[in-house]
Design a protein around this ligand. Sequence first.
Ligand SMILES: Cc1cc2nc3c(=O)[nH]c(=O)nc-3n(C[C@H](O)[C@H](O)[C@H](O)COP(=O)(O)OP(=O)(O)OC[C@H]3O[C@@H](n4cnc5c(N)ncnc54)[C@H](O)[C@@H]3O)c2cc1C
Length: 506
Amino acid sequence: MAIDQEPVRRVAIVGGGSAGWMTAAALARFLPEGTHVTLIESDAIGTVGVGEATIPQLRLFNQHLGIDEDDFVARTGGSFKLGIEFAGWNGPNSRYLHAFGTIGRSLGLVPFHHYWLAAGGGDFPQSLWSHSACAVAAAQNRFDREPGNPQAPAGTNWAYHFDAARYAAYLRERAEAGGVERVEGRVVEVAQDGETGSIEAVTLDDGRRIAADFFIDCSGFAALLIGRMAGDRWDDWSPLLPCDRALAVPCAATQPITPYTRATARSAGWQWRIPLQGRTGNGLVYSSAHLSDDEATATLLGNLDGATLADPKPLRFTTGRRHAPWIGNCVALGLAAGFLEPLESTSIHLVQSGIARLLSFWPAATPRHADSAEFNRQSAREWLAVRDFLIAHYALNDRDEPFWQERRAMPLPDSLRERIALFEQSGRIVRDEHELFAEVAWLQLFVGQGVVATGYHPLAKALPADRCAQFLDMSTQHVAATVARMPTHDQFLRAHCPAPDAKVAA
Ligand SMILES: Cc1cc2nc3c(=O)[nH]c(=O)nc-3n(C[C@H](O)[C@H](O)[C@H](O)COP(=O)(O)OP(=O)(O)OC[C@H]3O[C@@H](n4cnc5c(N)ncnc54)[C@H](O)[C@@H]3O)c2cc1C
């Protein structure tokens, strides 16, 4: 029997938010000639458009699309991000950074932090970050990459803050130049094959009918397509991540433009601060069971560092994910696939990794169930690991309000409980291949939120105490010297990627 290996030829993407245009730009770049990609979006409906902070993996996505970093940052009004500062999670004046890049240098098989623990670092937790170039640079508002070369100074890595609407517009330009056809209109009907349930076409409000072989649902929370597929099921994670509302508001930019996101714990949730060149993005994520909308508005507006530039925009959500984001000839990406709150800026990354996974399982004209099943298994593992990482921020808090007391008391998934116990007993952190967050991210979360490792790798003792102290000293000095050579973040932005409509001070 001949095997049909022909790839699908007609692809329709429904939705033109970040997810839709990221997907369109990637398909324009990687699908073979002869594939027709249509993107349908409705200006009247608009986008969520608050996705403003990212993680370093986006650099890879941009590189694959051939995007020039300076052009990208300038055109999206963006800035560089070296990590996330968590303020108040461990009590009122507590503060730590989830810094990108590395922390120290491993010796042989033994990860760096075991030497730090062996030398008594656990008694002075803040000293951990003196071994991180990103953390030290963030504290001094500095940023650099090697001149003329998008490589990091040793140990550093970075992501971006940007204006989500400009990001979608930027990608739209590239996608359209690559042959993607944009159709403006509101989808009002979805036609499915009576027997197989496959989607055949969508109909727009003006009666136009768009048929395709494969559909990508990027319609946001509406989940217009995947929500109609037989077997669609929602995994509700709200008992573990109960924040269900957000208010977003931009305010005037302040100088310096800090090269990090801030996440400040509030009485029943947390507030984000994302510095862009022309404005600062702010928002409060909260639990409606613990805080009224009026209280939330007062909290947010009372904690801004510049004049508001618009009215707060309310958003409602339920944390969770589609149990099977790929069913038949429909795959969901972005908010249509699920939502984990924006605490670690993972949504845009999950779109990116969903696109990469989709391309590696790109369907033949006759879809094969084994492909979608494996796609769904890998997605589930990735989302579960991100979910655990987010839950840990809440569970390991040290605050007094009822919301936070409840978070401390909630039963944890076994996977997370075991991970915490492992670190407490032996200082060890393990990670499986589908996990997004590396050991160094978990390390900072644990140390920053007060989990004490009572043990460490016995092989760290092979280094005599005086040599261990010398090794740690050298590591701190190396970081300090690396950062001292960096320009300020503002200087860097002005020299390499000023947004045309924003003024970055000297
Ligand atoms: C409070 C909050 C804060 C966030 N912060 C971050 C962050 O800092 N970092 C991060 O990575 N992510 C963040 N996100 C997530 C991020 O905004 C989204 O994951 C990302 O923008 C992808 O959204 P989307 O494209 O799936 O959906 P949307 O932006 O909602 O786009 C949906 C698209 O579908 C179209 N559409 C809907 N219905 C129809 C219809 N009937 N016909 C035609 N078109 C239709 C809309 O017009 C729109 O174009 C945040 C999300 C929220 C809720």
